[in-house]
Design a protein around this ligand. Sequence first.
Ligand code: 13P
Length: 245
Amino acid sequence: MSAKKLIAANWKMNGSRALVEAVVQQLTYLSPDVDVLLCPPATLLPLFPASRHYALGAQNLSEHEQGAYTGELSASLISETGASYVLVGHSERRQYYGETDQLVCLKMQQAVSSALTPVLCIGETLAERQQENTEQVIAKQLAAVYASHPELLANSVIAYEPVWAIGTGESATPEQAQATHAFIRKQLAQYDAEAAAKVRILYGGSVNAANCNALFAQADIDGALVGGASLKPSEFMQICQSAKD
Ligand code: 13P
């Protein structure tokens, strides 16, 4: 587990110039005891002034380095906006855009080869949890990347986002999340024990100012990936402040 927590905002397909300004303004008052990552739509990335208060990330990248792939963004194009992170394999990408584990692995490699830190998103659906397949699903999603490329782990952030908790208002309980995070760290140890002990594992899924404290108190929860609440600057700031050690 990492000393400093990381609070990441995933704006999804939301936001505006005005929201950029409001969030930048709020984060000016942020304490240095927490790391913050902002992942707005890629077109907004260049509007953020460089700041010691936050890092920037994209929400997706192409598995290709360059070429005739209309509408896609390569890792190096993302880097040139000033971003240093990228979300990979978000459940919405897996669900709506057919991203497979194999594609996710290629994207992870592209990210790291362009010095972007990938935030690998994993998590089970409601049906998978009800069938008690959570661990199996997660183990498979991790193996698809790290069994063949264990060297990626030292440069990764992991985000555990149970699909049933995303945008539903129903967060996993702190105990449920902790149990899965501990399982994730144990699984990762078989690929690189040293990196597994240090990798930041974020929880995502209906995180808000009211439930974040109990989540952050768990031993293996190293921060959060926040969707809806990250669109409200003062609530997002509250979540960031709660993550101070
Ligand atoms: P919500 O916080 O809106 O549930 O979204 C979580 C998420 O998908 C972040 O990537």
